[in-house]
Design a protein around this ligand. Structure first.
Ligand code: PEP
Ligand code: MG
Length: 298
């Protein structure tokens, strides 16, 4: 029989309204593990797996994936780790598999790329399910636009889970959540009851909301100017996630800006995931923004 589905590991155990959002680390490379003390965070909120592999042969090796995921879980010592499926295409390249192509920002990237390359997706899914048997691991799908993409990826995981079971390989179906970084998804979270959790990617969400490339300094002021639109959408996202009873966190660069911590806390996010170098600044800002903190701080 197929392996049992693991309970949601991230971050359902946290109590947002009372204690404020949990604080999670964002990891791009294994070297980032040296930048923080796992004892001082609630877990890892985002692993950008596309940066863990330097060339196609690595990314096509199930054993290589598994070795890296094992190391991440071991380093976190039992705390939850949320890994994102390869977000290839667009600005993110992996030599031999996907070349960097700014035009693909509106094309085959993220989950679209993976569904177009199911052999690659199956390798990563198998390794993630084998790792999920070893610790609290959740999986995020990048660039989801419509529910059919989540349904197709969930089916792919279930097929590989059944295959692993037939092969006698220990594995577990992890909770599958989606990145909320495409406006169409952000406005329709109620159509995603199959998602175990949500994580907002404000870097891409802002790029698509303001029609302003995230890496083009000439249009950077538009992203600042569109902040009102962004916060209205964040409010809608948090309310929709609450209505569905699903945890919602924020893992875009906005989470790492201490001056935004008070507003993000007030919106009711369950977790913020930030690069190791920003963890302490965001922690201090969240503490300053707590309802019972002394006036004049945060
Ligand atoms: C985002 O888009 O905000 C995000 C967290 O993903 P990435 O920066 O890797 O595109
Ligand atoms: Mg993104």
């Amino acid at each position: 029989s197929a392996p049992a589905r693991a309970p949601v590991a991230f971050p359902a155990s946290l109590a947002p309204a009372v204690g404020g959002p949990g604080l999670f680390a964002t990891i791009d490379t294994l070297a980032d593990l040296d930048g923080f003390d796992p004892a001082h965070v609630d877990g890892v909120g985002l692993v950008r797996t596309e940066f863990l592999f330097t060339h196609a042969a690595e990314a096509l090796s199930e054993e290589r994936h598994l070795a890296v995921y094992r190391r991440l879980l071991a380093a976190l010592g039992g705390k939850p780790v949320t890994l994102r499926l390869l977000d290839l295409g667009g600005d993110k390249a992996l030599p031999g598999l996907a070349e960097g192509d700014p035009a693909a920002v509106l094309g085959l990237r993220g989950v679209r790329f993976l569904l177009a390359h199911p052999d690659l997706a199956r390798i990563q899914a198998r390794a993630l399910m084998r790792a999920a048997a070893l610790g609290p691991l959740s999986v995020l799908l990048p660039m989801v636009t419509v529910p059919a993409e989540l349904e197709a990826m969930a089916l792919l995981f279930e097929e590989e889970a059944a295959r692993l079971a037939r092969q006698g390989v220990e594995a577990r179906l992890p909770p599958l959540g989606i990145m909320v970084e495409v406006p169409a998804a952000a406005l329709t979270l109620d159509l995603f009851p199959q998602a175990a959790f949500f994580s907002v990617g404000t870097n891409d969400l802002m790029q698509y909301l303001a029609a302003a490339a995230r890496d083009n300094p000439a249009v950077a002021p538009l992203c600042a100017g569109a902040e009102t639109a962004m916060f209205r959408l964040l409010d809608h996202i948090c309310a929709s996630a609450r209505a569905l009873g699903r945890p919602v966190s924020l893992c875009g660069d906005l989470a790492a800006r201490p001056e935004a911590a008070g507003r993000l806390r007030a919106l009711g996010f369950d977790g913020l995931s930030v690069p190791p170098g920003q963890i302490e600044a965001v922690r201090a800002a969240l503490a300053g923004a707590a309802p019972n903190s002394p006036p004049g701080r945060g």
